[in-house]
Design a protein around this ligand. Sequence first.
Ligand code: ATP
Ligand code: MG
Length: 287
Amino acid sequence: MPVSSLAEKTSLVSSSEYIILKTLLQFRDQFEAVPQSFLARQINFRPKEMQISLLKLIDLGLINYEKLGGEISYRINFSGLDTIAIKNLYIKNILKTLGEKIGEGKESVVYYGYDFNDNTLAIKFHRIGKSSYKKARILRGYTERKSWITITLDNAKREFDALKCIHDNSGYVPKPIATEYNAVVTEFIEGTLLNNYELKDPNKALNSILGTLRIAYNYCGKMIHGDLSPYNILVDNDENVYIIDWPQWKVDDHVLLNRDLQNILYYFSKKYNIESDFDKIMKYIRG
Ligand SMILES: Nc1ncnc2c1ncn2[C@@H]1O[C@H](COP(=O)(O)OP(=O)(O)OP(=O)(O)O)[C@@H](O)[C@H]1O
Ligand SMILES: [Mg+2]
């Protein structure tokens, strides 16, 4: 039977296979794909053991291979990266079991997770695709070649840093719990995206959103979300709101702040007839 779930794949990775995954990860920026002879020198397994491990990793869909310059070479893929993140979350007592997929976005896959006290978590695995790779490279100002993995790892860290600062300053975001490799772990919000929800008290929700933008700007180094819309806001049954999806945040970018604010005010004006003074609110956000 083919192994399909990420949790299952992770449980099947032995310690020697894990060493191979970590080695492919370690040399990601030096090689497009790591040549077999180089890998063999790094890990010092018996040739037969290395061959068996590589075949199993290919079979599980955690690495890819190709012939480069006449030699078989290997590359870790997204699932392989997810596997390393899951193993580390488990070792650090953050994640006991990985559950079903919650959703798949443009640049991530989000799963249910359960901690050692059976609390529900949201585990977001970042996955920078080819189209966003170029954009991300330019935005981050990378001059030398960086693999998509390096950019993906940066994105996870950026998202965690944003959530942490805003949460520490009492803004409305899911509580961040940990980050490992490309995974960002937060509390699970039992709720709905704002665009699918009929608010009873839209003024309260709008105030919470604007207050959170103000906290990000004033207490987190002029941080601007950069992709704010009702699709990146969760609402729970008590109508608490949570702004999610922060990896693309920017510092003090007026065009982006204008766009974020316009998106939100337009939505509340169209759906709930709340008219607001754009300039006054902008002043409030910028302190
Ligand atoms: N803490 C959380 N609790 C519950 N659900 C969550 C949480 N974080 C994310 N989700 C769910 O996962 C989806 C994707 O999350 P997010 O927006 O952060 O990723 P994304 O890759 O940007 O997705 P998209 O491209 O759809 O915007 C959300 O729309 C939401 O349904
Ligand atoms: Mg999103």
